[in-house]
Design a binder for this molecule. Structure first.
Ligand code: 5RP
Length: 262
């Protein structure tokens, strides 16, 4: 069945499959959002159902919560769980220091809160998302709907003095209407091309009235698991300074592939 998947989907799948090896019985696990994270949720669901793995999941979006319940993972809120052992999530970009841009799927706010409340964050990705300098992927900034145009204008104003290579800001749309996050906010995507000082930009953006959070994840990610279409894997651990190469043989198990819609 994996033969039907595109190389990118295979890469996402092998990264997800390897990443769930970090999950141990009894853990409270943050469940990321997006197509790569959906693979991880399915892989975890398989471990729960097949091997009796006992975990509690804290989803970062309504769609992840729905999928987790569908595959048999018990879910709870972050307020109930309070602190998490591990979060596994995707990313839109990562650099050599494992700093990230996230929020392409619109869930950056919950994702950042959940990742920050975790002892460890593991990012699952394919190699196409690695960059020397963050910024090729538009940086999502979540703003409250009230006065969003003012927040956007203020963001554009501060970008003038930032070390970036583009300064266009666009309101994310869902067809003809503005996009709404699960928290009822809008997203402004910043087309910066290259972010010279991501740490500074992240801090400055969060000072703008109306901005709730931005998609720069600085010093939050501990491990990146990079999957390749042929089953190869690379596991980079920034704390240990290690890079481990591995290979996963595809197995035709796979209920996992029966019902893919994320
Ligand atoms: C959602 C995210 C996702 O992790 C990111 O967009 C990557 O998504 P995908 O795995 O579908 O490429 O940040 O807010």
């Amino acid at each position: 069945m994996t033969g039907d998947l595109s190389p990118i989907d295979k890469a996402k799948f092998v990264a997800a499959k390897r990443a769930v090896e970090f999950v141990e019985d009894g853990m409270r696990v943050g469940l990321g959002t997006g197509s790569t994270a959906a693979w991880m949720v399915r892989c975890l669901g398989e471990l729960v159902q097949r091997d009796g793995l006992n975990i509690i999941g804290v989803p970062t979006s309504v769609r992840t919560a729905d999928l987790a319940r569908q595959v048999g993972i018990k879910v709870t809120s972050l307020d109930e769980a309070k602190w998490l052992d591990l979060t596994i999530d995707g990313a839109d970009e990562y650099d050599a220091n494992l700093n990230l841009i996230k929020g392409g799927g619109g869930a950056l706010l919950q994702e950042k809160i959940v990742a920050t409340a975790s002892d460890m964050m593991v990012v699952i990705t394919d190699a196409s998302k690695q960059v020397d300098t963050l910024g090729a992927f538009p940086l999502p900034v979540e703003v409250i709907p009230f006065g969003w145009q003012t927040s956007k204008a203020l963001i554009e104003e501060i970008l003038v003095s930032m070390d970036v290579m583009g300064r266009t800001a666009t309101l994310r749309m869902n067809g003809d209407a503005p996009y709404f996050t699960d928290e009822g906010n809008h997203i402004i995507d910043l087309h910066l091309n290259r972010i010279g000082d991501a740490r500074q930009l992240g801090m400055v953006l969060n000072q703008v009235p109306g901005v709730v959070e931005n998609g720069l994840f600085i010093d939050i990610c501990d491990v990146v698991v990079i999957g390749f279409g042929d089953g190869r894997l690379e596991v980079r651990n920034i704390n240990e300074g290690t890079v481990v190469e591995d290979k996963l043989d595809f197995v035709e198990t796979e209920n996992l592939f029966a019902d893919m819609d994320d």
